[in-house]
Write a protein that binds this ligand. Structure first.
Ligand SMILES: NC(=O)C1=CN([C@@H]2O[C@H](COP(=O)(O)OP(=O)(O)OC[C@H]3O[C@@H](n4cnc5c(N)ncnc54)[C@H](OP(=O)(O)O)[C@@H]3O)[C@@H](O)[C@H]2O)C=CC1
Ligand SMILES: CC(C)(CO)C(=O)C(=O)O
Length: 322
């Protein structure tokens, strides 16, 4: 199976490198300083499950350099999805399957705007990993799970073939019989974890241990469940409590990729997480006050550290135009 990975960061770099280490034909598309560093000395992945190194020949600078992949893994931040989707159109029209392991519930709608609907599988990735410096991805902890599946709920040969490759590479992987619900189930947990760890600026151990922030975590997740149910997704009404119990099993130091991005002064996926919940809630007439508050509180950081992005002292007119 010829695999292409768009974005060689925390998610794409880690899972792509695991597949490559197992002998799969994996090509990475990277850009900027990360691309330059990988071209010079390859991609290094540091992981408690074993370090990996991908040779520089496995990376290309553009999607147009890819040679007819069977499956494309999309692993860029959400604001880059539209641009990537446009560039993937010729490959998908030529028969490539496309699966996004990005976060959120809107990514596949964006992909389907530009790609044949049948080319897109749904997917979710569970991992904590990030680019420590150009050319180097660090995997925190041992969680490294991929779940994917067809939107028509069939178990297709292409999903089965990718599952075989992932399992052979030592990835904890599974096909979902209802990928839309699986994506929403992760969204409930993720919006809770990302919203509270970023707002409190502490990992899950602190958030769940304080009665006030614990209640916030539960209510934030409960709002996501309510929005998902209003959209017709078959989420259990008590699913927020289920996820709260799951949060109690996580290592105390675990945090979200959004909290990591906040600490580094990076742009945030806020508008696709708590922001999206609040917007969908407004459309569907579901109250989401806690997600709205989190989106508003973190809004000054959404484009990165306000001191570095010119957001430290703007006029009311400038603020309104952002
Ligand atoms: N990191 C994590 O632990 C987890 C992340 N996720 C989700 O996965 C997605 C990816 O996140 P993550 O891996 O952290 O992101 P990263 O920022 O670590 O990696 C994305 C990489 O893709 C590059 N990129 C963007 N557009 C292109 C392009 N057109 N061509 C080539 N390279 C491109 C980026 O470059 P540049 O820096 O120049 O933009 C960056 O190097 C997000 O939706 C995230 O929420 C899901 C589970 C866990
Ligand atoms: C919750 C977690 C760490 C699980 O993979 C995640 O997806 C994220 O923080 O982006």
């Amino acid at each position: 199976m010829r695999i292409a990975v768009i974005g060689a960061g925390g998610v794409g770099g880690y899972f792509g490198a695991r597949l490559a280490a197992a002998g799969d034909d994996v090509t990475f598309v990277a850009r900027g300083r990360h691309l330059a560093a990988i071209r010079e000395k390859g991609l290094t992945v540091r992981s408690p499950l074993g370090d990996l190194r991908v040779p520089s020949e496995a990376v290309v600078p553009s999607i147009s350099d890819l040679d007819a992949p069977d499956l494309v893994m999309v692993a860029v931040k959400l604001w880059d999805t539209e641009d990537v989707a446009r560039q993937l159109a010729p490959l998908a029209e030529g028969g490539a399957a496309v699966v996004s392991f990005q976060n959120g519930v809107q990514k596949d709608t964006v992909l389907r705007r530009h790609l044949p609907a049948g080319s897109v599988l749904g997917g979710v990735g569970y991992i904590s990993a990030f680019i420590e410096e150009p050319g180097v991805v660090v995997h925190n902890g041992t969680l490294q799970r991929l779940v994917f599946g067809e939107y028509d709920r069939t178990e297709s040969p292409r999903a089965r073939a990718f599952l075989d490759r992932a399992v052979a590479a030592g990835i904890d992987a599974e096909i979902s019989a209802d990928i839309e619900r699986t994506i929403w189930e992760k969204f409930v947990f993720l919006v809770g974890l990302s919203g509270t760890t970023s707002a409190v600026r502490q990992p899950i151990g602190v958030v769940r241990g304080d009665p006030g922030s614990r209640a916030l975590l539960r209510e934030v997740m409960h709002e996501v469940v309510a929005v998902g149910r209003a959209k017709g997704v078959a989420l259990d009404p008590g699913f927020a409590d289920d996820r709260l119990a799951f949060c109690d099993t996580l290592p105390a130091a675990m945090t979200s990729s959004m909290h990591n991005d906040l600490l580094r002064g990076n742009r945030l996926e806020l508008g696709w997480l708590s922001g999206a919940v609040a917007d969908l809630g407004a459309e569907l007439d579901v109250a989401t006050p806690r997600n709205r508050a989190i989106a508003d509180i973190l809004s000054p950081y959404a484009l990165g550290d306000p001191a570095a992005t010119g957001g430290a002292d703007v006029s009311a007119a400038e603020a309104a135009s952002r």
